[in-house]
Design a protein around this ligand. Structure first.
Ligand code: AMP
Length: 211
């Protein structure tokens, strides 16, 4: 099984990728998480990527393709969360998979309004230790602003500040949205109503996988 989760920031792709990967026992690859790990560890790649990420811009395609190739070439099944984000990345991924005699089977497009994105992302909080995501509106931690598991103070991602969120939405529309048509033409795109409660979204994805 090789799936892509496509959609604007804040649509719940990461949350759903985690749930579905656990349910179906297939690995999820989140390029956002991989990049943040590199930034945290201070690797060369992390240093390169950090300035783009802080301002909500896309990390250049060549860096992203190198990063993703290491992951997909050793896996038969995976869910990609947050990659590809440009037509160039999608073509690079197609070439990479073709060499391995593989292809993407389903693309899930998470549809959600801009106002809901801003509402969700500006209330997101993250644990600096385990990367768990909370939301002060819908999924608050038991203790105010403290991770339930690690007991450390949660933080707001630099790119979850309102101005940066707006920039990320703009970048999504300009660079990533064309991928909807790219995969639609291939007949592998499935539209998901991502504005619903997470359990309902999971159900919709699982039902689509069974089709
Ligand atoms: P995310 O956690 O998926 O919202 O990603 C956070 C940030 O990482 C994005 O705003 C980009 O700066 C960078 N990033 C993640 N995935 C990609 C990608 N496929 N292409 C370019 N930049 C990316």
């Amino acid at each position: 099984m090789r799936f892509l989760f496509l959609g604007p920031p804040g649509a719940g792709k990461g949350t759903q990728a985690k749930i579905i990967s656990e349910k179906l026992k297939i690995k999820m690859i989140s390029t956002g998480d991989l990049l943040r790990e590199n930034v945290k560890k201070g690797t060369e790649l992390g240093k390169l990527a950090e300035r783009y990420m802080k301002s909500g811009k896309l990390v250049p395609d060549d860096i992203m393709l190198t990063l993703i190739e290491r992951e997909v070439k050793v896996l038969n099944s995976f869910i990609l969360d947050g990659f590809p984000r440009t037509i160039n990345q999608a073509k690079g991924l197609d070439d990479m998979l073709a060499k391995l005699n593989k292809e993407i089977q389903r693309v899930f497009y998470f549809m959600i309004s801009d106002s809901e994105i801003i509402r969700r992302l500006s209330s997101r909080r993250v644990c600096p230790e385990c990367n768990r995501n909370y939301n002060i509106l819908f999924k608050p931690p038991q203790e105010d602003e403290i991770c339930d598991v690690c007991k450390v103070k949660l933080f707001i991602r630099e790119d979850d500040k309102e101005e940066v969120i707006k920039k990320r939405i703009e970048i999504f529309k300009e660079n990533t949205f064309p991928l909807v048509e790219y995969y639609e033409k291939r007949g592998i795109l499935f539209k998901i109503n991502a504005g619903k409660e997470p359990e309902k979204v999971t159900e919709e994805i699982l039902n689509t996988i069974k089709l």
